[in-house]
Design a binder for this molecule. Structure first.
Ligand code: UD1
Length: 351
């Protein structure tokens, strides 16, 4: 019997992290092969290349080099370019991760060619349709044949929208990656020495969402909030290019008393920074979970989150909420074997 051929679409940092355990599992499984397509959405060396080396992720077969511009332009260009490759390659399925514009372009290109779509990290909802990511994830869930949900909440969200077929709760792939890479980061990363930081002596932060970077007031609000809630500790922020560009445009200095700006970090250094922080401030989805994986409390700089269990378990709070819920463990993220579970289900589905 011939191999099951899966085309995987990646493009942004969190997708490289999620792809690392799953691509490895696919490579180690007989009867299934992967064609990896990088859209180019993230392209700076420290936003893309460093993740491939840190994560030992194989180089993609294609890099489309599409990034920036309006969401419609970016997504449209990706859609056309992915369609060309899928037509040539005729894979048996297309696998997409999460909720970025690359996810939407890949899902839509496949669906229009009647190629089954596999959505990893399906069913997440912020219930805020103003977020570009919410539009992307809703659209992709509705054209997917196989939907891999991390949590019971994400399964319920899909059921509420009438999606029950092909839905599997499989835990969190990012937890797989964290378990593998944290010991490596602890041993190999010299970041704390390089930045002269001591464990629990600082707060770590990321800030890049459209909502938080759209105006000078929004950026100032987030920066002031972090300084006020850091318990006097320095806030170290690896600055996303979106935020850097926005701050330059608005003539705002992000670096100030209480805030230290560093370049975007590779994944090994980011784990080191997050794991040793006293507190994490973030508007990223992945880092809210990673804070929990590392046992570090988190404040989410948004008025809602799709990772609701991080809040109900008392490890995370929205900045609009004054206090944390009582602390409990989150069992649903699994035991680090999500990649294996996903590959087994894909094999059964295709048989
Ligand atoms: C995207 C995702 C978001 C995800 C994030 C992870 C969408 C709608 N959003 O947001 O869900 O949390 O990735 O980081 O897809 N830029 C550079 N260099 C780079 C990458 C980006 O300069 O390597 C610039 C782009 O040119 C653009 C801006 O940063 O002007 C934003 O990048 P973009 O990929 O549009 O969105 P993100 O904010 O990264």
């Amino acid at each position: 019997m011939s191999n099951l051929r899966i085309a995987t679409i990646i493009g942004a940092r969190p997708q490289f992290v999620k792809a690392a355990p799953l691509s490895l599992e696919i490579a180690n499984t007989a009867g299934i092969e992967e064609i990896s397509i990088h859209t180019g959405q993230h392209y700076d060396a420290n936003m893309s290349d460093v993740f491939f080396s840190d994560l030992a992720l194989p180089r993609p077969a294609y890099n489309l080099g599409i990034s920036g511009g309006s969401h419609g332009k970016m997504t449209g260009e990706m859609l056309a370019a992915i369609e060309t490759i899928l037509t040539e390659q005729a894979p048996d399925a297309v696998l997409v991760y999460g909720d970025t514009n690359s996810t939407l372009a890949g899902g839509l290109a496949a669906a229009k060619l009647n190629i089954p779509v596999i959505h990893v990290e399906a069913g997440l909802r912020s219930f805020n349709r103003k977020m570009p990511e919410e539009i992307n994830r809703v659209m992709v869930d509705h054209v997917s044949a196989l939907l891999f949900c991390p949590t019971s909440t994400s399964v319920e969200n899909l059921a509420r929208e009438g999606i029950t077929k092909g839905v599997h709760q499989v835990g969190d792939l990012m937890f797989d990656a964290t378990l593998t890479l944290t010991p490596i980061a602890e041993e190999q990363s010299k970041l704390l020495e390089e930045l002269d930081l001591s464990p629990s002596g600082y707060c770590a932060a990321t800030l890049h969402r459209a909502d938080n970077t759209a105006s000078p007031e929004a950026i100032e609000k987030a920066l002031r909030y972090m300084v006020q809630h850091s318990d006097g500790k320095e806030v170290v922020i690896p600055l996303h290019p979106r935020t850097r560009h926005a701050a330059e445009r608005f003539n705002i200095s992000v670096e100030r008393d209480g805030i230290r700006v560093v370049e975007p970090l590779g994944y090994i250094d980011m784990i080191k920074l997050a794991k040793n922080a006293a507190l994490i401030f973030t508007d990223s989805g992945g880092l809210q979970k990673e804070a929990y994986f590392h046992g570090v409390p988190c404040v989410t700089l948004r008025s809602e989150t799709e990772w609701i269990e991080t809040v109900t378990s008392g490890w995370n709070r929205l900045w609009s909420e004054g206090s944390y819920a009582p602390r409990t463990d989150i069992a649903e993220y699994g035991d680090g074997s999500s990649a294996k579970t996903i590959v087994n289900i894909i094999k059964d589905w295709s048989a």
